[in-house]
Design a protein around this ligand. Sequence first.
Ligand code: NAD
Length: 468
Amino acid sequence: MSLIQSRSPQKPDDVVAERAPVTPDGVRKLADSVRVAQDAWRRRDPSGRAAALSGAADRLRARAGEAAALIVREVGKPVVEANAEVSRAAAILDYYAQSCFAAIGDLLAPTLPANQPGLLFTERRPRGVAGLITPWNFPLAIPLWKAAPALATGNGVLLKPSPEALACGELVAGLFDGLLPDDLLHLVPGGADTGQAVVGAADVVSFTGSATVGRGVAVAAVRAGLPVQAEMGGQNAAVVLPDADPATTATMLAGAAMGYAGQKCTATRRIIVVGDATALTEALVAAVAGLRVGDPADAGVAVGPVITDAARRRVLDGVAAARAAGGRVLTRLTSPGDGLYVAPVLLDSVDPGHPVACEETFGPLASIFTVSDPAAAAALVNHVRYGLVTSVHGSDIGRLFEVVRAIDTGLIRVNTPTTGVDFHAPFGGEKASSQGPREQGTAALDFYTSLRTITLCTPPPNPAEEAA
Ligand code: NAD
């Protein structure tokens, strides 16, 4: 079996990690060992589980500089964003450490005979082995926002990181060394075969990645009778109402569309302007021109490289196809230097049905549309098969709510960019962006547990004793 390899996108000759993939048979054996370890872990008292998670958070904070540098090197994330991801990953571990002490059920009024008092209650139990399949773009935060709630609720973990983020996956697994019982968490590097084997061996499946792969994972999990959540791509819009300030809105949108070379599921890909788009378009062109493109290790850089040559080709081909169909490029099409850099591209005059405006081109590419009223803006937002996140910008609260109410996305952000995630709130999309229950916050504690309802009553009274 050929080795899997991750390479630094800013220096593609730099091989960051190289490993043999775990075979499907290897995945099954590791799942068996996780299941044995999980049986003891689920009985561990909450303070024992919390100590392991907060110990991992402390370890990550102590290695923050090294972790951020690895993210920069392996996936080309600009260093300011890499630092923020490390802080967030540690905060996620702390949050779920505390969740070990949360209530694990509810007490309800029982329906019992008067002479047999008792209790009616619910109890959440871990599902067993959590199979976690993750993408490369948030290589610490996403594995941890799945693994931390799974462990907190008493599950074991099989974590399959993206081949493009192999070394970051190893860093995540290493955070728990010596803090968790042996075999409770195993990293299973590999590609599609390894991922499919994880679905086959797990008791609960959580996936984040592209819509095509996610749908296949969800179907396979449902066929096997497993609970599954799949968080997938987006074609996210920003709606700009006539009373939004063009300059501040443009700065926000330029960052949300082009930051990290547009490689976030929550990146803004369509900018829908209600009324005259002239002032906003000018401000956007200026704001995009002000974003520095280049080495992601440089603190002033907002746009690093895209992850692979195939990703770069997809963006350039998308731009060429949009231009051939009448789209107009508003920004300078110069790619800085060698490697996998793509200059941010703003388009207008694109047909809303064109693939660059309907599908996910995972790169620094956004299109501007003009509509006449808020209802038309909401209709255009909803026109695509995805439904992850929308931002709405303006001042009139009535107008803002009119748009918010008409939009079919799982996340809606008013006067703040589409990008940005609160780990303590439910996260997920509608339509092709999401399948199954939400991630993060307390929704994750529900997902990694099954709920049973218990009726507990005192023994029936002895008729002889009652008569006496
Ligand atoms: P991807 O779908 O190519 O890969 C995701 C993971 O699935 C990887 O670990 C990969 O090895 C694995 N995989 C591939 N084929 C598989 C198969 N047949 N069975 C099981 N596993 C398989 O996605 P990517 O390129 O790593 O990440 C980018 C995508 O992720 C974008 O579409 C982006 O929008 C999405 N994403 C979504 C969210 C969200 O929360 N909605 C967050 C981040 C990224």
